[in-house]
Design a protein around this ligand. Structure first.
Ligand code: GLU
Ligand code: ZN
Length: 463
């Protein structure tokens, strides 16, 4: 049984868009293999916890429809799914490593470690622990005496650790390049490395699929699996998303929280579709396809290793394509949901066909259609010079008995001709008078929807 996982740390505002990408790949890989996708919360760094982060992360995953069958909020057979609730387990397995001689107690003070690091940096070396405490005669005595300690991994200097990456092929590291990683901290909490291996093992994870920034951690994990005598999962390191300037995706250049996109009118299916294209391309070069299709054609081996560019402009375009593909009815209900049913449904229903071709995000709707719900409060163009013409417009429109877009258009056109006005100018004034803006949905249709009384009132105000 294939089992994949996403193990976010609740240390940010919400799920990072890069994590949403890895979640998508894990979810898809599980689906494709009729397996299971689970969520585990990695909250071992108690100093970096952000309140409410876990709830928001889980909520966001659900809003994107990446459903999981086990997790901290729903439980499951391999729980608990929060690392802070599994501390005893890590202690037991850390002891086992010490007994096997692949881990040791370290009592070094922060001061000693600082001196060591500075000395190594001065010598142009990569700072790493010098195995000082490995030589201690009776470390247990110190532990029993209540001295503060950490537990470190004892990586032999002379070994090579290799693993097969499903995307990148074989990757090897030399023991001498791997630091004696802390496994258990002074506060008794495990570090990520200890917890991730123990949990992935006991949660029966078969495929560890994560971002490429974890590649250098993997040899430590491989060493741990081998030391325990546990079967290793398969590993795959996906490429990290980049800003359009190819720097690592960062808050300063792009919104990075997955929920930001939903709050700003992007559709979850469009965002996921766009993420499908990050580091992978459709065998038929298709750009727009649904998750079901992705599950059937996705091959993890075909993922690329170069960091794909996450381009918000391209995403916005794709979102617009999704909006255009929707039925009017569907768009109406998505808008109602987005605006939390605060808008008059009748107006939304009537205006949807006018704007469907023009909006890229659900949030574009109101800026384009605000004038349907209330008269403009300001005008993008100074209309004070056109009082006389507005009076005439008013009188012409007042005579119309069949208030239809076509008739409105004809009557206005006749008036423009009589008054010898340039169409472009004349219709722009009218548009601004009715909508407040120079750009709007089609004018005659909009006026039809607004109704005769309301339109007349808007001109009257300007006469
Ligand atoms: N807690 C790590 C993170 O926040 C998980 C890395 C992994 O998938 O092993 O990304
Ligand atoms: Zn030490």
């Amino acid at each position: 049984m294939v089992r994949t996982r996403i193990p976010p740390s609740p240390t940010g505002e919400d799920l990072h868009i890069g994590n949403l990408h890895t979640a998508l790949i894990n979810w898809t890989f599980a689906k494709k293999n009729s397996g299971e996708f689970i969520v585990r919360i990695e909250d071992t760094d108690q100093t970096r916890l952000v309140k409410g982060s876990e709830e928001r992360i889980l909520k966001t995953l659900k809003e994107y429809g990446l459903n999981y069958t086990e997790g901290p909020d729903i439980g499951g057979n391999a729980g608990p799914y929060r690392q802070s609730e599994r501390l005893e387990t890590y202690q037991i397995y850390a002891k086992e490593l010490i007994e096997k001689g692949v881990a040791y107690y370290c009592f070094c003070t922060k001061e000693r470690l600082d001196v060591l690091r500075k000395k190594q940096q001065k010598e142009g070396l990569v700072p790493r622990y010098d195995k000082h405490c490995l030589a201690l005669k009776d470390p247990r005595k110190k532990v029993e005496a209540g001295e503060e300690y950490v537990v470190r991994l004892n990586i032999p200097q002379d070994i090579t650790i290799s693993f097969e990456d499903m995307i990148r092929g074989e990757i090897s590291f030399l023991g001498k390049d791997i630091d004696d990683q802390v496994l258990i901290k002074t506060d008794g909490f495990p570090t990520y490395h200890m917890a991730v291996v123990v949990d992935d093992h006991f949660m029966k994870i078969t495929h560890v699929i994560r971002g490429e920034d974890w590649i250098s951690s993997t040899p430590k994990h491989v060493f741990l699996y081998d030391s325990f005598g546990w079967e290793k999962p398969a590993f795959a390191h996906t490429p990290l998303l980049r800003n359009p300037d190819r720097s690592k995706l960062s808050k300063r250049k792009n919104p990075v929280w997955a929920s930001w996109y939903l709050k700003h009118g992007y559709l979850p299916e469009a965002v996921l579709n766009y993420l499908c294209l990050m580091g992978w391309s459709h065998p038929k070069q298709k750009e727009i396809f649904d998750l079901q299709e992705f599950v059937s054609v996705f091959e993890i081996k075909k993922m690329q290793t170069v960091g794909p560019v996450f381009d918000p402009i391209k995403l916005e375009w794709m979102n617009g394509e999704y909006i255009r593909k929707m039925s009017d009815q569907e768009l109406k209900s998505r808008l109602a949901e987005f605006y939390k049913s605060k808008l008059d449904e009748n107006i939304v229903e009537k205006t949807v066909p006018l704007v469907k071709e023009r909006i890229k995000k659900l949030s574009d709707y109101l800026s384009l259609c605000e004038f349907f719900f209330s008269p403009p409060e300001e005008y993008q163009v100074d209309l004070t010079k056109h009082k006389k013409i507005f009076k005439k417009v008013h009188d012409v429109l007042a005579k119309i008995s069949q208030w239809k877009a076509e008739t409105i258009g004809e009557k206005l056109q006749e008036l423009a001709k009589e008054e010898k006005l340039h169409n472009a100018d004349f219709f722009m004034w009218i548009r601004v008078a009715v909508t407040g803006k120079k750009i709007s949905p089609p004018l005659n249709e909009s006026m039809e929807i607004l109704g005769k009384k309301e339109c007349l009132a808007r001109f009257e105000k300007l006469e």
